[in-house]
Each structure stands twice: as structure tokens, then as C-alpha cells.
Design a protein around this ligand. Structure first.
Ligand SMILES: Nc1ncnc2c1ncn2[C@@H]1O[C@H](COP(=O)(O)OP(=O)(O)OP(=O)(O)O)[C@@H](O)[C@H]1O
Length: 503
């Protein structure tokens, strides 16, 4: 249990630790875990997946497996917009190598995306990348420890949603692998001569640089790193997610929508433009306005809510996205107000973390009311309202092995004074019940001149959520705030076009 949570008995005061010879007999737990797969089952899975690969997927598959086979290393970037089968490729590659007893390390920049890849973990925890990551950081591992031995034996590294991470994270892994692989004489090779495959879509989420300018964001992305010069871009072009829909009667409509949304993502509507353009949204995608726009979008996204509010599959297949936490809170509050059941209110306790403060006197005048009113992304609200049946989303990685990471959605099943009980809504761990306690958190990069410590459940109600939280949902409605626009059905589209330049 201790190991499963990434800890060791050495770190728990007062616990006896086995003598060295016992530990040596047990071997390297990390390597053991990466090899502990049912090879026959994986072989059958691989055969099935390989048979359905499209031509372009198959070419890419062979390119990567050949790079591993010839042992010369290689860095690839699997590039394709949402639904082109990147996750499908990860599954095929992982099944292929693991069925042969070889080690593939699978990771993604976000916890929630990592749950979709077999054996996936958040990249920071899988590769021990320090937070915050600096220009010359290295991974937190001992050059002759278990992690280093794991890296030495690894055949392939897969890192999904790479465009979300700062380039320093990839450079940190590169430096560390060069060190670790120096025992094999590979210290000059990029990533120590390992085959590393990144994946993602630059139209999706870019690195978050607090208060960063457009140029700061573009320059922190992976394709602004020296690593990009070594990277071969492999492109997927066929939208496999829309394939099913294309078989139906409305196939032309779906194909047109697919083309239109791609143009939005690439800033190709209303050309010429510098990435900032006014675009018109087709009438059929808009929800007719009324006196109460929040009610309109809720009625359209969650039809017959009062008959279905307790149905997990109904709730899991829907979400409303908005661009600011204020609008998200407004929609969530509205949903709770119409949902039947007794409401409980959980308030946080807040303080200023004095450990970093030179002159504590300055902060004595700050009132608890002021601290309670502070909000920023990644920090739970001071006032959380819940009812039994409310969908919530975790804001912290609590236990990734159990599917409890930042972005996991649960349904509230019980509410006590100091703990709440929730049931995981979807994925491999769907139906598992877990208890969530209050914990003290601080925003990783404080927008205030002091560090706020807030003790609260690390959750947010999730009928509506901010745009960067969602991963492949079906019944999705996006609330576009077009307050600045003169036309009722147009809005400003901002695309960081520079990011596509060297793809
Ligand atoms: N060769 C294939 N044969 C059958 N189904 C496929 C194939 N490739 C992909 N799919 C299916 O298409 C859907 C989308 O694929 P996938 O989730 O891998 O795309 P993605 O590029 O990872 O998308 P996103 O960027 O949104 O995460 C999935 O349901 C997947 O099972």
C-alpha cells in the first residue's frame, strides 16, 4: 500500500525497514510494475488493434517500432487534431511492446488525459520532474537508484498532450536521461538515445503562464525548444471520432461542421488576420437568447433535468464550458438551486502563509472576509454548496492509481461535517466510492503579493466547468461571451497562429 502511493517505509517515522539483503531480493519495484502485464492478453489486444489501424496510423506505427528495433533512438511528435486516433496509437504501441515483455513508460501532461492511456501517469510524477520546473532543472532521482535503472531498461517513452507543458519540462527529462544513459555511453544523444514519442494538438491547450503575454506562451511551448530540432513530426489527418457519425444520415452536416471547427482552431476564418478575427457563428449552433441566458443554456444542455438529475450516465455525458470561473460558478449555482434535495454549505478556513513573509505586520490588517473573497484558478471556492447527486470534479491529484486525479468527476453520495463521500462517474474506476477530506492548498503561483492557505475540500461543482478542464465529452455546449461584439451571432476568435509555424 505504501509503495502503491509512491512512498517508502523509510519516509514514515517509527516504521521498521527491511534489511538490505531482503530489499535486494525483492528487486526494483518500478521495473516489476512496468513488466507486470498479462502478455497473452496484451498480444491479443495488439493483434486486434493493429488489424484496424488506418494506413496512415500503420505507417506511423512502423516508423516508431523500427526506431526502437534499430536502437538508434529518435524523437517523434504525433500531431493530429482531436479524434484522429492519437490515444488509439498509444494503446497499440503499448500493447505491442508490453506483450513482448518490454518496458514502455506512458504519461500525459494532465492527470485526466493520463487515465486514457494504459498504465499512464501524469508526466511530472512518472518522470519525477520538479515543480516549479526551471531552465536548468533535472528530475528528482538518484543516478543509481530504482528510477534510473527503470529509465535504462525502457524501450519507449510516450508523452501525450505535450503542447500543454512548458518546454523546460521536456528539457529536464532530456538532461536527466542523458545523465542516466551516460553509463551506456549515450550521454551526447538527445534523451540519452531513447525513443521518445510526444503527442498532442497545438489547437488544444497551450502551457499556462500566469499573466504571461502571447509571446511568453508561444516561446514556452515544446516547438520553441531545442528539442524540436531533433523531432520528426508524424501527422494524423483522419477524424476517427466523427467516422461513426459520418455513416449516418446527417453525414454531410457533420463533415461541414468538422471542417468549420478546424478552420476556427487554425484561425483560417475571416482571413487575412493576425490571429485575432471577428467570426460569425452559424445560426444553427446558437441557442436563441432569452431574458435568462443561463437558463437557456442549461435547458438546452441538460434537457429534462428534473427527471434525470440523479442519472450518472446522463450527467457524465454532458457539460457546459465557459471561459471564466465567475460564469462557471453562476451556472453551477443555478443548477443547484433547481435541483431537489437538502443543500449543505461548506465554508473554508483561510490564512496568509507567514513562512515567506519578511514583515508580518503588513498583513495584520487583512480581514478574514477579504481572504474568503479571494478566488483564482486551481483553488477551491470559499463557499461550496452541495446536494446528494451533485457532480463534482477533483482539483488535486489524490490517488492516481485509483483514478482520483485533478479532473476526475464524481457524484456526491453522502455529506458529513468533515468528510464527503463520492462515486467515480466514468473510466476504469467508475462506480468506486471514495471519501474526500478537507485539505490545505495554496495556489502554485499566487496572483497576490502573499501566499494564501485555504483549507477546503479540493473540489468544484461540475455541471459547468472552465474550458481547459474537459476531455472528450459528447453533450457539450460552450458558452461564448460576446459582450464586446456588435453582431449578436459573432465573436472574437483568438488563435496563436505562430504556434503552427514550424509544424
Ligand atoms: N484505427 C481505428 N479503428 C477504429 N477506431 C479508431 C481507430 N482510430 C481511432 N479510433 C477511435 O476514434 C475515436 C477517437 O480516437 P482517439 O481518442 O484515439 O483520438 P485522439 O486523437 O486521442 O483524440 P483527442 O485529441 O480528442 O484525445 C476513439 O473512439 C477511437 O477508439
Amino acid at each position: 500500500m505504501v509503495q502503491a502511493n509512491g512512498k517508502t517505509l523509510k519516509k514514515i517515522g517509527g516504521m521498521p525497514y527491511p534489511k538490505d539483503y531482503v530489499v535486494q531480493q525483492l528487486g526494483n519495484k518500478l521495473i516489476y510494475d512496468e513488466l507486470n502485464y498479462d502478455k497473452n492478453h496484451l498480444h491479443r489486444e495488439y493483434v486486434q488493434l493493429y488489424a484496424t489501424l488506418t494506413d496512415e496510423q500503420r505507417v506511423i506505427f512502423h516508423k516508431i517500432t523500427d526506431a526502437v528495433k534499430f536502437g538508434k533512438g529518435g524523437v517523434f511528435f504525433l500531431y493530429g487534431y482531436g479524434g484522429t486516433g492519437k490515444t488509439f496509437m498509444w494503446r497499440t504501441l503499448a500493447a505491442f511492446f508490453r506483450s513482448k515483455g518490454e518496458i514502455v513508460l506512458t504519461a500525459a501532461s494532465s492527470g485526466i488525459a493520463s487515465l486514457l492511456i494504459p498504465g499512464g501517469r501524469r508526466a511530472h510524477s512518472k518522470f519525477k520532474i520538479p515543480v516549479p520546473t526551471m531552465e536548468n532543472s533535472t528530475c528528482n532521482l538518484d543516478g543509481d537508484g530504482d528510477h534510473a535503472h527503470l529509465f535504462q531498461q525502457t524501450k519507449l517513452i510516450i508523452w501525450d498532450e505535450a503542447p500543454m507543458c512548458h518546454k523546460y519540462c521536456f528539457e529536464t527529462l532530456d538532461r536527466t536521461l542523458q545523465d542516466v544513459m551516460s553509463v551506456k555511453g549515450n550521454s551526447d544523444l538527445i534523451f540519452g538515445g531513447k525513443v521518445v514519442v510526444f503527442g498532442g494538438d497545438f489547437r488544444q491547450i497551450l502551457p499556462v503562464i500566469p499573466r504571461g503575454s502571447r509571446s511568453d506562451i508561444v516561446h514556452s511551448s515544446i516547438n520553441a525548444s531545442y528539442i524540436w530540432d531533433h523531432c520528426e513530426v508524424l501527422t494524423l489527418t483522419k477524424n476517427m471520432r466523427l467516422n461513426d457519425a459520418l455513416q449516418g444520415t446527417d453525414s454531410e452536416e457533420v463533415a461541414n461542421f468538422s471542417k468549420w471547427i478546424l478552420k476556427v482552431g487554425e484561425g483560417k476564418l475571416s482571413e487575412p488576420n493576425d490571429g485575432n478575427a471577428e467570426i460569425e457563428i452559424p445560426e444553427d449552433l446558437l441557442i436563441p437568447t432569452s431574458d435568462n441566458p443561463i437558463k437557456s443554456i442549461v435547458d438546452s444542455t441538460y434537457p429534462n433535468f428534473l427527471q434525470n438529475f440523479a442519472d450518472v450516465s446522463y450527467l457524465d455525458s454532458k457539460a457546459i464550458l465557459a471561459s471564466t470561473i465567475e460564469v462557471v460558478d453562476e451556472i453551477n449555482d443555478y443548477m443547484l438551486s433547481i435541483m431537489p434535495g437538502e443543500q449543505r454549505d461548506y465554508l473554508s478556513s483561510n490564512s496568509v502563509d507567514m513562512s515567506d513573509v519578511n514583515d508580518p505586520g503588513i498583513y495584520e490588517a487583512i480581514t478574514p472576509e477579504f481572504l474568503n473573497s479571494l478566488r483564482t484558478s486551481g483553488l477551491p471556492n470559499h463557499h461550496i454548496k452541495l446536494k446528494i447527486g451533485t457532480p463534482i470534479m477533483l482539483m488535486r491529484n489524490l490517488d492516481q492509481a485509483e483514478g482520483l486525479c485533478n479532473g476526475t468527476r464524481l457524484i456526491i453520495t453522502k455529506m458529513a461535517d468533515h468528510v464527503i463521500e463520492g462515486k467515480i462517474m466514468s473510466g476504469k474506476h467508475a462506480g468506486n466510492v471514495t471519501y474526500i477530506a478537507r485539505m490545505t492548498t495554496s495556489p502554485s503561483q499566487s496572483p497576490w503579493p502573499f501566499k494564501l492557505s485555504r483549507t477546503q475540500f479540493p473540489i468544484v461543482v461540475s455541471y459547468a466547468m472552465t474550458i481547459n478542464k474537459v476531455k472528450s465529452k459528447k453533450g457539450l455546449k460552450i458558452l461564448i461571451n460576446n459582450g464586446n461584439s456588435d453582431e449578436p451571432n459573432s465573436t472574437t476568435n483568438v488563435v496563436f497562429k505562430e504556434i503552427f509555424h514550424n509544424l
